[in-house]
Design a protein around this ligand. Structure first.
Ligand SMILES: [Cu+2]
Length: 694
């Protein structure tokens, strides 16, 4: 089966109900009827999806049925929610929908849910009226077909809209100052220029109380076929007021040469190609070992649910491990909560640049369709996701989430020379992931499950570095000094400013139950020679983090610092509390100065690790509305009441960063770089849980 055919198939499940929705007069009865179409009786929707045979991976159909309170809204529900909200008297005609997403039911309700029982279905929407520059939050009760909550949100700006990818550049391209600037740079055909819209960042006139602002970058797109980002047109500061639909700031800092390098990515542009590789086949002749039932995935002893959230991207819910005939809870919810990518170039055209890819750009809705055999292996299964566009129209993003098994390398082994015997087991892993193209960069988020009871989060960073036009074609020197201040030459006339990528993950642990404590683990040399006369001893110190303010912690390589979430009331057979430890991977500290606007807006980079008391509305580490914000929202605010986090329903937050010093080898496209962390059972089991492998 080829990909195109498969993608068309993905359209089918909703076409009928969706098109009839558009013309249907919305009454509670009609909505109830639609929902009953879209939601078969809970529990009846077990649609196990067999992965395709090798070499013919195919995307699965949309999950058209709702079987669990955490199932994401399907197309029918999104359309119904939008109709309900648009029909409300208070809805400003023509207002936009920056987000329409499941309003997750209260945690207690979800945990008390048993299969087949009725459950609530509510949609949360942000509504933005561009004409009056007002933002509202609405909740639609889908079963009652009514708006159950409507709030004006003063002083906030929703994130960048996909619609603004085209509407903001239109405004820029119509401005005579921009047209003149392009002519000064030799462009007579203005269709050769790509204009990229950006959330306005940190500097100058940006506050959320003011108008909705978008900055614009220009690139020479002549002969661009696979990327418009390789030839930056430097020196222009452009700010658009989206309410007035006009350019309100225009600065031309002077002409900088523009690269003539095509830097396109197709193999035909790569020069001589290396010999094609001989086949390496990944086949699962008897199918895969995972089962997908709606949005639940089961693999080996792991159980979890997933959703592709329009803002946060891939979300895992109710992650548990089957042990002794029951499923033991580990995580209630795990997802990327925010990102920020601050650039380190003091140039005024660059100092404002820092993308909050979750809160400003909605990374989930930017999910790219996945290419079988490239983005995921031949044996992968692909799933669709249903979203609302900026106008509230429901659509299906096809083949955007993938799940597959892969070889996990050696899992364990012992060769015993004394008895001349080897025991070893080959590991297998389950990966669920997606990729998003956020302008020039591409990010992947992968959750990896292992047979030893451990999990890994691995983020992939690839795509095109944000480039800066310079007049240089080469750099002098012996490598000991920088000839360019904030940037690094990657091709003649093209540099890439160094920058950092910070990810914050919200990890709502429920290890063997909701009430958990968090223990910091430090390793220290035993410096007291009285008790350590041979000098070999070192100690492990473990201390419970008591309250939110003191639980903001940082990595310490010298102490091999880690954090463990334990259930103090559930003891393993050795007497210790059951737990999972967060094992950090590579990380960074922020180089933006304390007190800077960036650090105020991205307060979550102040610490690598945070613990808060569970609150259903504390979801995104920089707050829900980072776009044009002054800062102070999110984690620093939530810990200010300093609640106890000992034996409570706690949420942990992990910030991990990459300090990206661009290399020529990162151009014209970056080889994938990884960052992430592991979650390792510690005392959750009382022996290696992978002893039962054949
Ligand atoms: Cu980078």
């Amino acid at each position: 089966m080829n990909w195109e055919v498969a993608r068309k198939e993905g359209d089918e499940p909703h076409v009928g109900s969706f098109s009839s929705l558009l013309t249907m007069k919305i009454t509670p009865l009609a909505v109830a009827a639609l929902i009953s179409l879209a939601i078969p009786v809970a529990g009846s929707a077990l649609q196990a999806q067999r992965p395709a045979a090798s070499g013919s991976a195919k995307p699965t159909k949309s999950a058209s049925s709702v079987a669990h309170p955490l199932d994401p809204l399907n197309r029918g529900e999104i359309a119904a929610a939008v109709k309900i909200i648009q029909a409300a008297d208070r809805f400003p005609k023509g207002a936009l929908f920056p987000i329409v997403v499941l309003k997750e039911p209260p945690k207690d309700e979800v945990l008390a849910y048993s299969q087949g029982a009725p459950f609530r279905r509510e949609a949360f929407a942000v509504v933005y009226d561009r004409a009056t520059n007002k933002t509202f939050e609405a909740v639609a009760d889908l079963k009652a077909a009514s708006v159950s909550s409507w709030k004006e949100m003063p002083g906030v700006q929703p994130g960048f809209l996909v619609e603004e990818l085209s509407s903001a550049p239109e405004i820029v391209k119509a401005d005579p100052r921009w047209q003149d600037a392009m002519k000064r740079r030799g462009f007579t055909d203005l269709s050769r220029v790509h204009v990229d819209g950006w959330a306005p960042g940190t500097v100058g006139l940006t506050t959320a109380e003011g108008p909705r602002l978008i900055r614009a970058l220009s690139f020479d797109r002549t002969n661009a076929t696979s990327s418009v980002y390789s030839r930056p047109i430097e020196g222009l500061d452009i700010v658009v007021d989206m309410n007035q639909r006009k350019v309100v700031e225009f600065v031309d800092r002077g002409v900088v040469p523009i690269s003539k390098d095509a830097a396109q990515l197709e193999a035909k542009n790569a020069g001589a190609l290396r010999a094609a590789l001989k086949p390496l086949r990944i086949t699962q002749p008897n199918g895969a070992d995972f089962q997908i039932r709606g949005n639940e995935i089961r693999w080996q002893k792991w159980r979890f649910r997933y959703a592709l959230h329009p803002r946060e991207g891939l979300v895992l819910y109710t992650v548990g491990y089957e042990d002794g005939g029951k499923v033991r809870p580990i995580l209630y919810r795990a997802s990327l909560s925010e990102m920020v990518v601050p650039y380190g170039d003091k140039d005024k055209s660059w100092s404002w640049r820092n993308a909050f890819d979750v809160g400003e750009y909605g990374i989930g809705r930017l999910a790219s369709y996945l290419i079988p055999g490239k983005d995921a292996p031949d044996n992968a299964t692909f799933m669709n996701a249903d979203f609302a566009d900026d106008f509230g129209k429901a659509y299906t993003a096809k083949g955007v989430v993938t799940v597959y098994e892969r070889d996990g390398g050696l899992l364990w082994k012992h060769f015993d020379i004394n008895v001349d015997h080897t025991e070893s087991r080959r590991g297998r892993e389950l990966v669920i992931g997606y990729l998003a193209g956020v302008g020039n960069y591409d990010y992947g988020i992968n959750w990896i499950f292992r047979q030893d009871g451990s999990m890994q989060m691995q983020a992939d960073l690839t795509g095109i570095m944000l480039s800066k036009g310079v007049s240089l074609t080469s750099v002098a020197g012996d490598g000991s000094g920088h000839t360019m201040d904030g940037a690094h030459l990657v091709a003649p006339y093209v540099s890439a400013p160094h920058h950092q990528h910070f990810f914050n993950f919200r990890l709502d642990f429920d290890v063997d139950g909701q009430k958990n404590s968090v223990v910091e683990i430090n390793a220290l040399p035993e410096t007291n020679r009285d008790v350590n006369p041979d000098g070999n001893a070192f100690r492990i110190e473990q201390a419970v983090l008591k309250d939110e303010k003191t639980a903001g912690r940082d990595l310490d390589l010298a102490q091999a610092r880690k954090w463990m979430v334990v259930n103090p009331t559930v003891k393993n057979s050795l007497g210790a509390p059951t737990g999972f430890v967060l094992v950090p991977g590579d990380n960074s500290v922020p180089y933006s100065l304390p007190g800077s606007r960036l650090r105020q807006r991205a307060g979550f980079v102040d610490h690598h690790f945070w613990v808060t008391r569970y609150k259903p509305d504390e979801m995104n580490a920089a707050g829900y509305y980072p776009n044009q914000s002054r800062g102070g929202d999110g984690l620093p605010q939530w810990i200010s009441d300093n609640e106890s986090v000992e034996n409570e329903d706690v949420v942990t937050w992990y910030s991990t960063g990459v300090t990206h010093i661009p290399r020529p080898e990162d151009w014209p496209v970056m080889p994938v770089a990884h960052v992430g962390f592991h979650l390792l059972p510690v005392g959750f089991f009382t022996r290696n849980p992978a002893m039962d492998l054949r």
